[in-house]
Structure formats: structure tokens, C-alpha cells
Design a protein around this ligand. Structure first.
Ligand code: ATP
Length: 305
């Protein structure tokens, strides 16, 4: 698969802040790629440099085989950039807004209205943009980025501030956009979102890429330990230790904080069998490592979005 984007050693400083500090990455054609990191990690600045709307101090970017900076008119019809919903004219309706964006590309009102339908906003077509819900406004901004049918779409934190249901609905739309063959690059500080949507992520912090890879592969690489938790009080800790030793189960970090009894193990089978035999499965939770654990291992600190 060819690369839609390659970035090599990009840096950007704002006064004393080194916002982007030597980022290199590549995004393959058709990929769903995530720039993931906590607030201030440098995701937006990196994205803007890739899009060609901000100049890097150093480094090289190739976007669809061309340099995006200085602004390259040949690229504009081929890429879609999602503007923040706050950039809309608040006295225009959803329909007027998308038709305005469409007209920038010489696209007529029929196609603009079809895009409104595509993102599920036909019924809200007459609503003024400042009266729309957060989810509706995000849908409209994505529709505006897609109206000229670009092959590569950039989305900056498209689900921030949305309630869980609206986030999930938007995930479906984003998946569809990618399934149609478009390359999608998104920034997010939600680990679950990156894990669910992205083929690959670049985990960023302090302007640097700490690691890139498929979310599942990153998780697998750091840890194949499973965490098993049950409700406290069903078995004493010492009793659990005895039973696990008798069953030959290998485990670590057995702890009971009087709410939860938790342990880690690379082989959950024997552990679960022992707990089941003792009828001690109330509140059972079994979970593998997540991207949160990856971040913790890479930075030595908890992930705080
Ligand atoms: N125009 C600017 N002028 C000065 N400093 C800036 C500017 N834009 C960003 N910064 C600073 O650069 C750093 C990286 O910001 P950036 O917005 O790229 O990060 P981010 O990962 O997108 O964070 P967020 O999730 O909060 O948007 C931050 O410390 C930020 O305060």
C-alpha cells in the first residue's frame, strides 16, 4: 500500500513552547490513522502542519506525493479539513452552511444537500448553526469537510464534548467514511476511541511520537497479563493463595482492598477455574491491557486527557 502522508523530523516552536519536537510518521492510503495524546501533546499543531495550514520550523512533509507548504492549490480538492464548529456563521442554517462550503469547490446545491442527508441532518437542515446540538454541529463540520469528495480527510478531535451516545453515532459515520476508501487522519485524546476506530495510532506526548502501531499490537507488545477481579468478601486472600498454589496457577499482585479482590495472571484459565469451584465469581471482571497501560509504560505516568 502506498503512503498518503509522510512526515520526517517536523518541529514547531511557539515562543518557549516546543509544541512539535521532531515528529516522523507515515500514513498509508486508505488507513484510519490516529494522533493520540493528552491535552497539549502537540496533536493539533502536527495535524495543521500535515494539512499545510501551518508552516513547520523544520522537517519535511509529503501529502499525496506533494509538498503541502506553501499552500498547494493542486492538493485542496483532494483533501478535506474539518473546521471547528465554532467557526460557522451562526446566522446561517445547516443547509446554507453546507451549500456555502460546496460553492467554494464549484459544487452545486443538490450535491450539498445529499451530503447533509448522508450525515443524517436533513431534518435539521433549517436549524441555525448556533442552535444545533454538539453532535449535530460536529456532523455538519464533517459534512463540510467531505462535500467535495476528498480522498483524504483530517478531523481534529471530532467527538470532544459529545455525550456517549452522540460519540458512538459519530463513530459509525467515521467508520463509513473510511470504509468508502478514504484515508482518515484524526486527533483524539480518547484512548477508547483510538482503540476502536484506528488501524494505527501515533501515541504523542510533549511534542514527540512515543510509539506507532496498531492499537492491539501496541497493547500486546507491552503486556500479555490479564487482570481478574471479583467482589471482595467471597474468599479470604490467604485462602485464595492456598487454592491457587494447590492448582499450580501462576499469578502476581494479589490484592484485596475490601471492595475488590484483584490479581494479574498470564494464564487466566486455572485462576478462573479455582474461583468457579469455590463459587466466588460474584462481580467477576476480566480485562486485558489497554492503550492506557501502553501510555503508562511509555511515560511512567497515568494518562490524563
Ligand atoms: N498558536 C499557539 N501559540 C502559542 N502556543 C501554542 C499555540 N498553539 C498551541 N500552542 C501550545 O503548543 C502546545 C501543543 O499544542 P497543541 O494544540 O498542538 O496540542 P494538542 O495535543 O492538540 O492539545 P489539545 O488536545 O489541548 O488541543 C501546547 O502547550 C499549546 O499550549
Amino acid at each position: 500500500m502506498s503512503d498518503a502522508i509522510t512526515a520526517d523530523g517536523i518541529r514547531k516552536r511557539y515562543g518557549d513552547v516546543q509544541a512539535v519536537d521532531g515528529v516522523s510518521l507515515s500514513v498509508r492510503t486508505g488507513e484510519f490513522y490516529g494522533l493520540l495524546g493528552p491535552n497539549g501533546a502537540g496533536k493539533t499543531t502536527t495535524l495543521e502542519i500535515l494539512e499545510g495550514i501551518r508552516e513547520a520550523d523544520e522537517g519535511r512533509v509529503e501529502l499525496l506525493g506533494l509538498s503541502p507548504w506553501p499552500r498547494n492549490p493542486k492538493l485542496l480538492p483532494r483533501i478535506g479539513v474539518q473546521f471547528q464548529a465554532s467557526a460557522f456563521f451562526n446566522k446561517l442554517s445547516a443547509r446554507e452552511t453546507i451549500r456555502t462550503f460546496a460553492s467554494f469547490y464549484g459544487i452545486g446545491p443538490k450535491a450539498a444537500d445529499a451530503m447533509l442527508e448522508r450525515v443524517g441532518l436533513t431534518e435539521s437542515a433549517n436549524v441555525l448553526t448556533d442552535k444545533m446540538s454538539g453532535g449535530q454541529a460536529q456532523r455538519l463540520s464533517i459534512a463540510c469537510a467531505l462535500v467535495h469528495d476528498p480522498e483524504l480527510v483530517f478531523l481534529d478531535e471530532p467527538t470532544t464534548g459529545l455525550d456517549p451516545q452522540a460519540r458512538r453515532n459519530l463513530w459509525d459515520l467515521l467508520r463509513d467514511i473510511n470504509a468508502e476508501g478514504r484515508t482518515v487522519v484524526l486527533t483524539t485524546h480518547y484512548l477508547d476511541e483510538a482503540e476502536i476506530l484506528c488501524d494505527r495510532v501515533a501515541v504523542m506526548d510533549h511534542g514527540k511520537v512515543l510509539k506507532t502501531g496498531a492499537p492491539a499490537a501496541l497493547v500486546r507488545e507491552i503486556d500479555d497479563t490479564v487482570r481478574v477481579r471479583i467482589e471482595s468478601g467471597q474468599l479470604a486472600v490467604d485462602r485464595v493463595r492456598e487454592l491457587l498454589a494447590a492448582a499450580g496457577a501462576v499469578y502476581a499482585n494479589l490484592e484485596d482492598d475490601s471492595v475488590t479482590l484483584a490479581l494479574s495472571t498470564a494464564e487466566p484459565g486455572p485462576v478462573l477455574a479455582v474461583l468457579a469451584e469455590q463459587n466466588a465469581l460474584r462481580g467477576l471482571e476480566v480485562r486485558g491491557a489497554t492503550l492506557e497501560d501502553v501510555f503508562l509504560q511509555l511515560t511512567g505516568r497515568e494518562y490524563r486527557a
